[in-house]
Ligand binder design. Structure first.
Ligand code: ATP
Length: 491
């Protein structure tokens, strides 16, 4: 098994073992495919991550404000946005394994294989041909490429393929009939962006917003994705952290560059090394875009998108104007003109960034324990994101140490997520917190009773120091508050 495959498996099993991620409803058969639940530590980490995004977008940028729109929207929304007619994936089935694949993903994987083998010319030729087929909606062409490049099904190993067909990714549901509205087909939103567009005028008018300004939102999105087995990377129910920034026509490329920079800085501030990140220009622009680039992270299965920055022109607002029959325009009193604004979007996947954090922070290090060599495992999460900020341990379960530990806990719990534990040996307790990513452990021992100090043990280098109990809140505040991360962005 290669190291990267190994890492992928380790992350998946670590996530389950320590309560970060569980397969949805897994007590039934093998659970629901490509749907996941966040466990006790995962939920905390996700909230911290989303809180950091929210504050970085809305608090640091005076001209960005946030909303929380409903998942269900009027069905005309999706007609207007183009999702009913063209939110499709080209799919192909292998007749022997009966497995279904995205034709473009099979071809992209082939490009990556060529690149890995140093066959750069083949890779480039295939990339151009793929972009051509996608841009021209040429389904036969996609099938021909799969045949010509001798791509086999990873399960059956055969090249016995069906035709390529289009498949809409939206989940539909029914709204029950009422006397005045009638029954109707609704969609679970496939992106959060449309909830922002339909509220453009509401927010602009009630918030007195002046262009350029942005509306941010974190929320669930649903896509009936075919490709499974990529853990949090490709889910059927996932969360987006999106911001739509409304600008004057002609200024979109300036803002596109601005937001590209802002977003890359934010991702790096999570502790992601530069060489694990790259930009990728879209070969095929979506029907609404005039520029689009993705931030890609090197997951164990290769460089893959975590966030897209898109210049969406005035497509969405114009279409909503057309389909609703309501004027959706902005009066720009600097130039004395009414117009439909252009939009630059930053669209990040909360779950993919969460997954990236797990991949990036999972560490194994050799340590010498007496005569023996051991592997120490820990999650090197930024303290501001870590699910639990500090664990409090009485060294032994007697002599008044638990009482002092409880007292510290009671002082800190109003401000920080802290955890009290008096079971097991101290070594085991440290190891457990390392695996949860807890940056600090405070241990109460007999010296504490004499001089009111505790041992502070640091997760990353296992260093220990003694601090006065009265200074612990200040110590934590400095290390674990999101404020520190926000300041590092230098906005
Ligand atoms: P892909 O090409 O990987 O399918 P996309 O280009 O369709 O992604 P966008 O529509 O740009 O993705 O969505 C914005 C972000 O939402 C993506 O960068 C990604 O982080 C996240 N996202 C999209 N689809 C999924 C999914 N199925 N599971 C988890 N996150 C997703």
């Amino acid at each position: 098994m290669s190291n990267t495959e190994d890492l992928f498996k380790k992350i998946v099993s670590h996530s389950k073992e320590f309560g970060f991620i569980f397969q949805s409803s897994e007590i039934y058969d093998e659970g629901l495919a490509s749907v996941y639940d966040y466990g006790q530590l995962g939920a905390e980490l996700k909230k911290n991550l989303q809180n950091y995004w929210w504050r970085a977008m809305t608090q640091l940028h005076e001209n960005v404000t946030g909303i929380d729109a409903a998942i269900l929207m009027h069905p005309k929304t999706w007609k207007a946005s183009g999702h009913v007619d063209s939110f499709n994936d080209p799919l192909i089935d292998n007749k022997d394994s009966k497995k279904r694949y995205r034709a473009d993903v099979l071809l992209e994987d082939q490009i990556a294989r060529y690149q890995k083998k140093g066959k750069d010319r083949n890779a480039e030729e295939l990339r151009v041909a793929l972009a051509d087929c996608l841009n021209n909606n040429d389904l036969n062409g996609l099938q021909q490429l799969i045949i010509d490049h001798e791509i086999a099904c990873p399960f059956s190993g055969t090249r016995n393929w069906t035709d390529v067909r289009q498949f809409n990714l939206m989940f539909s549901t029914q709204m029950s009939a009422t006397a005045d509205s009638g029954a109707g087909e609704l969609y679970l939103r496939p992106e959060t962006a449309q909830g922002i567009f339909v509220n453009f005028l509401n927010v602009q008018k009630t918030g007195g917003m002046r262009i350029p300004f942005g509306i941010a939102q974190i929320g669930k999105a649903f896509r009936n994705e075919i490709v499974a087995r990529q853990f949090l990377f490709r889910m059927r129910e996932f969360e987006q952290m999106e911001m739509q920034f409304f600008v004057r026509k002609g200024e979109e490329m300036k803002w596109f560059e601005y937001w590209k920079n802002q977003r890359m800085n934010w991702i790096k501030s999570l502790g992601i090394p530069e060489e694990k990140l790259r930009w990728k220009k879209h070969d095929k622009l979506a029907h609404y875009a005039n520029a689009a680039e993705d931030i890609e992270y090197e997951f164990p299965f290769g460089f893959k998108e975590i966030e897209g920055i898109h210049s969406r022109t005035d497509f969405d607002l114009s279409r909503h104007q057309e389909f609703s029959g309501k004027k959706i325009q902005y009066f720009d009193n600097e130039i004395n003109q009414n117009y439909v604004p252009y939009v630059v979007e930053t669209s990040a996947g909360s779950d993919r960034i969460f997954f990236m954090l797990l991949c990036n922070s999972y560490k194994e290090e050799k340590v010498v324990d007496g005569e023996k060599e051991k592997i120490r495992k820990y999650l090197r999460l930024h303290p501001a994101l870590a699910p639990v900020k500090a664990a409090i341990f009485p060294l032994v379960n007697k002599d008044g140490l638990p009482e002092t530990g409880r007292k510290i806990m009671d002082e800190l719990k109003y401000e920080f997520r802290v955890f009290y534990d008096e079971r097991d040996s101290i070594g085991k307790r440290y190891a457990k917190q390392d695996l949860a990513g807890t940056p600090f452990c405070f241990t109460v021992d007999h010296q504490t009773l004499q001089d009111e100090t505790v041992t502070v043990r640091h997760r990353d280098d296992t260093r220990q120091e003694r601090l006065k109990i009265g200074t612990l809140a200040d110590f934590l505040r400095e290390k674990v508050e999101i404020k520190g991360l926000l300041k590092s962005l230098n906005v």
